[in-house]
Design a binder for this molecule. Sequence first.
Ligand code: NAD
Ligand code: TYD
Length: 357
Amino acid sequence: MNMRNLILVTGGAGFIGSNFILQWIEQESSLVLNLDKLTYAGNPRNLESVAAHPAYRFQQGDIVDRDLVGSLLQRERPRAIVHFAAESHVDRSIHGPDDFVRTNVNGTFSLLEEARAYWSSLPEAERDTFRFLHVSTDEVYGSLGPDDAAFSETTPYAPNSPYSASKAASDHLVRAYHRTYGLPTLTTNCSNNYGPYQFPEKLIPLIVLNACGGKPLPVYGDGQNVRDWLYVEDHCRAIRIVLSEGRVGDTYNIGGCNEKKNLEIVDTICELLDELRPNDPVVPHRNLIAFVKDRPGHDRRYAMDTRKIERELHWRPKETFETGIRKTVNWYLQHEDWVQDVTSGGYRQWIAKHYST
Ligand code: NAD
Ligand code: TYD
């Protein structure tokens, strides 16, 4: 039986996955089936605007469930799998690594096994065009010193948190499924994303919401840790390009060439809010900055060498940090309902548990 003009997206109700699906439906012609367990990080509201679109369908389910994944692949016959589903927050991985190993390692394994079985059953011509795209992170490469060269696709893996270790393990499995079985895989390793629909446990939305509410802005350690920041829509466009033009079996580093210290990020958000929300409980907002205990094993610096994707696939970010952060802050200010929805019971428990220790 032939493949259909459909892609299976895992984890499409999360931050990057939902931005990806929204962009895909606007820009591409294939149908999308979104398989998502709807953990605390998955929110069907992110996809409200396409929920009734004829090109979109949702299936709630767990990628660890091989029977489900296998029967979904046989029934739906996708031409590609784009794999976002993961536990994604470093601090949660420190409090409780179990779910990270379960979803990121076992989940990727079950997806690979079922993809291999499905792919092996395809007619030869279709086996050549099928793709398994695995979405990963720069954190697998470990931590850089201030003068070290940026991570390239050949930098040895040196993950330091349970999150990055579980993502590294999944990357290795993907590599092995290509080398051993010939599964047509692609892997992308991207730096920190920011933009609409990011769950406010991550730095940027957390700072925006706390600052508006007059709550402390927790900065870990000395605030001098460096991250490379990329606007989420640029990441989604890169994934679409890698999916259509990437060399099978290869990995591609994606980043914004936009290194910032955490304290600079917090300062920028505070300045924007001083302008946009002059009547907030505490202004200037930077008076709320509170240095708190450092994250154990906190990576000092990430930086990405993105020359390969620029040279081979002609991708470059379109958004500058200045325009991207302004759009992002405005998005959170204009989506109070969404914020209310995601900052309910479970979220409050996390904040109370994590920031009280
Ligand atoms: P997220 O936490 O916002 O969303 C994860 C999604 O996966 C949620 O919708 C959740 O319900 C779903 N999910 C979790 N466990 C599942 C399971 N067992 N079965 C099915 N669905 C499950 O994550 P994100 O920030 O959107 O990240 C998406 C991917 O991109 C992850 O693989 C992450 O490692 C990678 N990544 C993220 C960043 C970043 O800055 N956020 C940067 C680089 C790479
Ligand atoms: P985060 O958004 O959790 O992404 P990651 O750990 O995957 O890079 O954190 C980004 C940076 O911000 C990281 O160096 C940790 C720091 N941070 C804080 O200083 N305070 C906070 O409350 C959070 C959530 C993060």
